[in-house]
Write a protein that binds this ligand. Structure first.
Ligand SMILES: C[S@@+](CC[C@H](N)C(=O)[O-])C[C@H]1O[C@@H](n2cnc3c(N)ncnc32)[C@H](O)[C@@H]1O
Length: 235
């Protein structure tokens, strides 16, 4: 349930439950491959990490891009949905990456992870869902000195023409999933308003600064359809 600031885990389970098997294809198609471009944008900013924490790692789309790009790193993925994480675990077994990966089944708010351990923390699509004050405090605790943080999510575009275009895309996708993929209907019914109502892009940066993070910057991408919040823990 939404608390105003936080969408909540029950909403996540309601809108994404049962979608693990075709998640990768639907996110790729419904974003017109922007999801892949946004992840590539994040990869370009990474600096040969050793210990990576990927929050809300889902089926592991970003996790495996990072593991491929940086062959010396170890990655810990945290996600609250067991079926999404089962896909990620299966992929790491198929690809011989079990020794380089740890999968933690937990909400990011409650995950038990080592303090001061990670030199890169990433996430795609968790800022709008998570309890951000709790997550900001956890990030501070889990990050090693000098750690780099890259948190990506959808944002609601300010330009009315882009906003109209986006709403039309959601409506088209809702009609398509009602016809072909009914297990996605809750997601396409609710996601537009969840993103529109989320203050994550304005409230999360100040929460990170209040913890002590520096160089906090919000990078707006593709006409305000998404953003990446970047920060560092001082060395
Ligand atoms: C849209 S999927 C994105 C998955 C992955 N990051 C990607 O980009 O492919 C959102 C993911 O966030 C997870 N999630 C949402 N809120 C969460 C929370 N509070 N703690 C842990 N995982 C969460 C969901 O279970 C889901 O796997």
């Amino acid at each position: 349930m939404s608390t105003g600031r936080t969408v909540g885990q029950d909403t996540v389970l309601r809108i994404l439950g049962g979608t693990a098997d075709d998640y990768d294809r639907i996110v790729d198609e419904s974003t017109g491959k922007l999801d892949h471009r946004w992840k590539q944008w994040m990869l370009e900013r990474m600096e040969a990490p050793r210990e990576v924490l990927d929050l809300a790692s889902g089926t592991g789309i970003l996790s495996f891009l990072i593991l491929d790009r940086f062959p010396d790193c170890h990655l810990t993925g945290v996600d609250l949905q067991a079926d999404y994480q089962a896909v990620a675990r299966g992929r790491s077994e198929q690809r011989g990456l079990t020794e380089r990966t740890t999968w933690v089944h937990s909400p990011v708010e409650d995950a038990e992870l080592p303090d001061g351990h990670y030199d890169l923390v990433t996430s795609c699509y968790v800022p709008k869902y998570a309890d951000r004050p709790v997550l900001a405090a956890n990030l501070w605790r889990w990050c090693a000195p000098g750690a780099h943080v890259l948190l990506h999510d959808f944002t609601h575009p300010q330009d009315p023409r882009i906003e109209r275009y986006l709403k039309k895309q959601y409506d088209l996708w809702l009609a398509k999933v009602q016809r072909d993929h009914p297990h996605w209907v809750h997601c396409f019914e609710d996601l537009y308003d969840i993103v529109k109502d989320s203050p994550w892009a304005t409230d999360f940066g100040p929460l990170l600064e209040a913890q002590g993070f520096v160089d906090v910057q919000l990078h707006s991408l593709n006409n305000g359809l998404a953003a990446v919040l970047e920060a560092r823990k001082p060395s």
